[in-house]
Write a protein that binds this ligand. Structure first.
Ligand code: CAA
Length: 256
């Protein structure tokens, strides 16, 4: 497939996807969803990529779903639009490998929802966050009503969605929406440092850890603990786990 909106680079076991439609502040249109799903199809078949980084070109991460595509919608089209976004972001969230959002600017509406479907979020201090759908007479449709409450708590989600407030990166950090704020020129360096730390873990433990945390959150505590025990136990079948434990005992760095 020819990519027109996504710029994809893969090196050192890290894939970086840049969403590049800067004239529309990287708003997510139908072409984006086709390209992104195609990219996820490819990624799911590869085992040489250990971390995915998503960022945006220009002054925006993503300024939302493409508003121009919704202008003439009826209920049926609205349903399909929401379902497609949710399906795509659920796929992203369920990737085995960790996904980092490198948030360079506006992360609004569908852009904030995309960032929330990533495993964690590092932002430039120029970034702005929010779910401004109320300004359009809408609510978030790419699972923002669900993920925002899970990440920041019920009160914060209600506050942000019902007021359509815009948050600075520092406010988003205080709310627990993002994990770290950097100077704009340091954003990609910081993100790549984190990505390569994870990629160099070189073991099954990273995907197993991700899956266990995410599965546990969708169930009750006792069931979550049981998922953890099973996952913990299976790692003892892994060569890297044996090497990690042995290396500690022999006071040396593991040779993954
Ligand atoms: N969809 C389509 N086009 C968009 C867009 C969007 N979400 N956001 C920005 N653009 C376009 C603008 O229309 C403009 O295009 P033209 O130059 O052709 O007029 C271009 O990007 C630049 O935007 P602005 O001139 O508005 O830039 P600005 O710096 O003055 O303002 C902004 C930036 C505050 C982010 C403003 O663009 C804005 O408010 N954008 C809309 C944000 C929004 O409401 N997002 C939610 C969308 S709905 C959604 O996401 C629903 C869902 O959950 C599924």
């Amino acid at each position: 497939m020819d990519y027109n909106i996504l710029k994809i680079g893969i090196s050192n076991r890290i894939a970086v996807v840049v969403i590049s439609r800067p004239a529309a502040l990287n708003a997510l249109n139908s072409d984006f969803f086709s390209e992104f799903n195609h990219f996820l199809d490819d990624l799911e078949l590869r085992n040489d990529v250990k971390v995915l980084v998503i960022t945006g070109e220009g002054k925006s991460f993503v300024a939302g779903a493409d508003i121009s595509e919704m202008a003439d919608f009826g209920e049926k089209e609205g349903f399909a639009f929401s379902e497609k976004g949710q399906r795509t972001f659920n796929r992203l969230e369920q990737l085995q490998i960790p996904v980092i959002a490198a948030i360079n600017g506006y992360a609004l509406g569908g852009g904030c929802e995309l960032a929330m479907a990533c495993d964690f979020r590092i932002a430039s201090n120029l970034a702005k966050f929010g779910q401004p759908e109320m300004n359009l007479g809408l609510i978030p449709g790419y699972a923002g009503t669900q993920r925002l409450a899970r990440l920041t708590g019920l009160g914060n989600a209600l506050y942000l969605i019902l007021t359509a407030a815009t948050l600075s990166a520092d406010e988003a950090l205080r709310m627990g929406l993002i994990q770290k704020v950097t100077d704009p020129e340091m954003l990609m360096e910081e993100v790549m440092k984190l990505a390569s730390k994870i990629a160099n873990n070189g073991s099954r433990a990273v995907p197993v850890g991700k899956k266990t945390i995410r599965q546990g959150l969708e169930t009750d505590f006792a069931r979550g603990c049981s998922i953890e025990t099973d996952a913990f136990a299976t790692l003892f079948n892994d060569r890297a786990t044996k090497e990690g434990l042995k290396a500690f005992m022999e006071k040396r760095k593991p040779d993954w």
